[in-house]
Ligand binder design. Structure first.
Ligand code: ATP
Ligand code: MG
Length: 573
């Protein structure tokens, strides 16, 4: 491919709306162009990288025995009504009508569709297990589309679905996908860590997300160096030591005028935040509940929702807080709320807490010397793990300290059980001809997000540093004297020889200064740069350099040996 025919546009300036490096670089290197918020056109270079990631995904899915299909993007509403998700997906799902006013979803995912499809084909245990996959565009009306391809409204996903005869058999399908995911990401040159993830409404411990560590990641992940435990903060647990608080005197109400947050009250009273019990009123499936956590901790709403066995939890509004407690949100606490029937739950660390400070359920007042057992209605069964873990917390598995890092979720594997196969009555006949429900798993890879994650993990000041397996072109030949036929001839010959050797190559044949060509080659990040120029050829060779190495490592190779030298270098990146 010749640069002058390639529709490459590189930019010197960062796009104004880009917050993270990979987003800036994708636009500056001419991989993609924004059409509107969360919507991008993949330009030829970006399309090549996207295709390469798809190729790696296909190869590993096929190797794992999964079968490729492709399902419609438009999904009839009836399918979503059968699973109950037409309502529960809420405004995050794009919905359209046809001319006959029939409703459709624009696929945010495809559990419903695939269950309907497989149910119509599989009738006997002899046809199971089966795993199907597709690489198809997905649509989600994200609250905040941002970071380029990381969180877009339209994105390319590989979604796979396994169907098995039993829970045990489904475990094997899950593990096969888990292993395939490790291979996919490794082959894309990515270091991706499997971490335990929340299983949502399904329950069980079978859900892993694959995360690429990056400061720009939207998820927090707790890692333990001691035992290898890794979990999304939504789920991560910690060990707490039993307290041995000394008995305290009688409760005492103190005025705390104008101090609302724990920080303000703690400054006002001159005691650390940890001496406080932070109390928040939530509404869980329509009913208010007070949640108490140590003053320097944050409530984990996912854990709270599971503990309360609720579909939805959200912070209560002003009126609800007032009716439940008798005060505004800054002064509420577990001692004698206005609504004596208000359910109060508390984090496990507060079990046996004495001598603490809580809101007084009276505006601008707090209470000192609270003994939670003595002075509140919180019962033994109301304590649970309800907070977000933080750096230095103790690993629940091995007792070593946890470290918190940021991650980008590039994949997710999930054991679904019979949630969808029950709803769709997707059954098979076993060897005694009895009808049994199929057991499902689902497995997603954000293909477009993965392209950008590769860049987020592999770039430097000058631009992208592509791993050879997903680079748009593996080699860029910078032709320094395009007007001199003998020099251009050497570049052409090298181009065809490399293509014959299965290497993707682009020749920068523009009439630009060498500096411009080198800058662009570094910005786009081709793994190998070859300089072909009159001066070099006079000295007997072409210059070959790896993008990730500096200039001092440049090799001068006779044109006849260049293909061998380049393929050897590519094998190592
Ligand atoms: P997130 O927590 O990032 O919103 P999710 O858990 O909702 O993602 P899944 O339903 O598990 O996403 O989808 C499978 C994969 O699709 C994710 O692991 C992620 O890589 C990718 N993905 C999800 N939403 C988006 C998006 N808006 N833009 C790009 N990729 C996405
Ligand atoms: Mg997910």
């Amino acid at each position: 491919m010749k640069w002058t025919k390639s529709l490459i546009q590189t930019l010197r300036e960062d796009p104004g709306d880009a917050e993270i490096d990979s987003h800036k670089l994708m636009v500056r290197a001419g991989l993609m162009k924004k059409l509107a918020g969360g919507l991008y056109t993949y330009l030829p270079l970006g399309m090549r990288a996207l295709n390469k990631v798809q190729r790696r995904v296909r190869e590993e899915m096929d190797r794992a025995g999964a079968l490729e299909i492709v399902m419609p993007i438009l999904q009839p509403a009836e399918l979503w009504k059968t699973s109950g998700r037409w309502e529960s997906m809420g405004p995050g799902m794009f919905r359209v009508k046809d001319r006959a006013q029939h409703d459709y979803a624009m696929s945010p995912t495809a559990e419903e569709t695939v269950t309907e499809v497989v149910k119509g084909i599989v009738s006997s245990y002899r046809q199971l297990p089966v795993t199907v996959y597709q690489i198809q565009w997905k649509f989600r009306d994200e609250i905040r589309p941002r970071f380029g391809l990381m969180r877009s409204k339209e994105f390319l996903m590989k979604d796979a679905y396994s169907f098995d005869t039993s829970l045990e058999a489904a475990d094997a399908s899950y593990m096969a996908m888990f292993d395939a995911y490790r291979r996919v990401f490794a082959r894309c040159g990515l270091k991706a860590y499997p971490v335990e993830a929340d299983t949502g409404d399904i329950g069980g411990k079978f859900s892993h997300e694959f995360h690429v560590l990056a400061d720009a990641g939207e998820d927090g992940i707790a890692f333990c160096d001691g035992c290898g435990y890794a979990a999304n903060l939504e789920k991560a647990e910690r060990r707490v030591a039993a307290r041995d608080d000394a008995p305290c005197g009688e409760m005492e109400t103190v005025p705390t005028p104008g101090a609302k947050t724990i920080d303000e009250v703690s400054k006002f009273m001159g005691v650390p935040g940890s001496a406080f019990v932070k109390s928040l009123v939530y509404v869980a499936d329509g009913r208010p509940v007070m949640v108490c956590v140590p003053g320097d901790r944050d409530v984990n709403e996912v854990k709270l929702r599971h503990f309360l066995d609720a579909k939805k939890v959200e912070l209560a509004d002003y009126d609800t807080v007032l009716a439940a407690t008798g005060a505004n949100a800054g002064s509420v606490g577990p001692v004698g709320p206005a609504d004596a029937t208000l359910r109060i739950v508390a984090d496990q660390e507060l079990r046996g807490a004495r001598g603490c400070i809580t809101g007084a359920n009276r505006d601008d007042h707090h209470i000192r010397n609270v003994d939670l057992d003595r002075d509140t209605a919180i019962k033994a069964g109301d304590y649970a793990d309800l907070v977000v873990v933080r750096d230095g917390d103790i690993c629940a598995k091995c007792g070593k300290p946890l470290v918190i890092k940021r991650g980008i979720e590039v994949g997710h594997v999930f054991k679904l059980g019979t949630k969808y196969t029950d709803a769709f009555r997707a059954v098979y006949k076993n060897d005694s001809l009895e009808e049994k429900t199929m057991v499902m798993g689902c497995y997603g890879i954000g293909v477009s997000r993965t392209v950008q994650a590769v860049i987020e993990q592999s770039h430097d000041r000058d631009g992208i540093v592509w791993p050879a397996s997903v680079a748009p072109y593996q080699v860029c030949i910078c032709l320094l004297d395009p007007d001199r036929a003998e020099v251009a001839g050497v570049a052409d010959e090298l181009e065809s020889a490399l293509e014959s050797a299965g290497v993707d190559v682009i020749v920068d044949d523009r009439s630009e200064r060498p500096g411009v060509k080198f800058k662009d080659a570094d910005l786009i990040g081709f793994p190998v740069r070859v300089v072909v120029g009159a001066k070099g050829l006079e000295k007997g060779g072409v210059e070959v350099k790896l993008r990730r190495e500096d200039k001092s490592k440049t090799r001068v190779v006779p044109p006849a040996d260049a293909v061998a030298a380049i393929t050897e270098l590519l094998a190592g990146c």
